[in-house]
Write a protein that binds this ligand. Sequence first.
Ligand code: UD1
Ligand code: MG
Length: 450
Amino acid sequence: MSARSCLMIVLAAGEGTRMRSEIPKVLHEIGGRSMVGHVVAAARGAGADQLAVVVGPGMGAVAEAVRKLAPGASIFTQVERRGTAHAVLMARTAIEQGAAEVLVLFGDTPLVTPETLDRVRCTLEAGADVAVLGFRTERPTGYGRLLTEGERLVAIREEKDATPAERAVTFCNSGIMGFRGATMLALLDAIGNANAKGEFYLTDAVEIAARRGLTVAAVDGDGREVLGVNDRAQLAECERLFQERRRRAALAAGVTLIAPETVFFAIDTALGRDVVVEPNVVFGPGVVVEAGARIRAFSHLEGARVAEGAIIGPYARLRPGAEIGREAHIGNFVEVKNAVIGDGAKANHLSYIGDARVGAKTNIGAGTITCNYDGYGKYKTEIGAGAFVGSNSSLVAPVRIGDGAYVGSGSVVTHDVPADALAVGRGRQEIREGWARAFRERMKAEKAKG
Ligand code: UD1
Ligand code: MG
């Protein structure tokens, strides 16, 4: 990685009209993280010492999202959208601080990797005054074209200003550009707006630099990293590419995905070695699955930790605060929220375990429900180790069930159960001999009468 000081400027002032949304475009999410969050993370990953983000008026929410990930970032507001060069110049005071390298990123190009940004930085370090991240595509429509003479990059021509011959060029501008700090402002100040859109194009810096005899280089990038999002279809396409990337990374790290194309990741999903993920599993944000655990088909996890060797699902739901112990089993149609499930404990069928602690090796029978909410407050259920909760029990919190205790099936448990005790909290069973037969005969007789 380049060791020189580096400022990265993220442009995010666009209104994103084509998203048809009430929220700013760059706050739409990929893998559960805002697009601008992805870009900020890539910038930090590529060693940015200083971060500046240019937002539009009324985009306080964007500034907030940025500050959450990068508290030291400076936020600039571009009141009138007058083009990408104009937007970059909003951060003039940051550029004047004198970083050796300045990279310009777009807030709506979320898939760029730190490695690629580092290649742009290395090109600057190797002597370029301007470095442009390009990519090759069979569908160049809408992108600026990179015009070369031999090895030299001489200009970038925007679609609207291009001649038919220039439009045939398939080497395109990703939008990401790097500048040597010392020559950058002189280039930007020379950019005018005599073009089809009447905007100040950052891309004109290339032609100006080339004419002044400065060194301009193109870096060959991967089109899948620089897809820009302007509408919901492109958002979905970016999500698809993100998911593909995460699946490949999981496989490479020693995770088995039986049907990779049906497993969905969040940005921070962490799966240990030899984890097996069956088909149709969704990981929301904040999931850690330790080595050797198995996530069976059709499970949905978010904000949860699963310890080594545990088995989750099929059809399980782990919500935030679920902590599943080693070798524990959470089976079909079991929902766990804000609950610690001890090592080797089992809740295999049709349960809700919320705001609870379940001790090691305890068995939670089918249909057990922790009644944790009375419409106003949430209350805790604490179950000890080695306990047995019979099927279809309602545990009315706050309540404690001691180590080794036994709860009879169908109980409504409203009082604490001491260790090793039996609690049966249900109506006594009554037997009436012959009642059913008599009932059937009476009904039959009535039917016969008409
Ligand atoms: C830009 C590039 C084009 C490149 C393409 C890649 C220019 C002139 N053109 O075109 O060569 O192929 O990206 O996607 O740079 N923005 C502001 N303020 C403004 C204008 C833009 O903040 O006044 C921001 C937008 O929010 C966006 C980025 O800059 O994040 C790019 O702007 P956009 O209008 O999408 O440029 P393109 O026409 O796509
Ligand atoms: Mg664009």
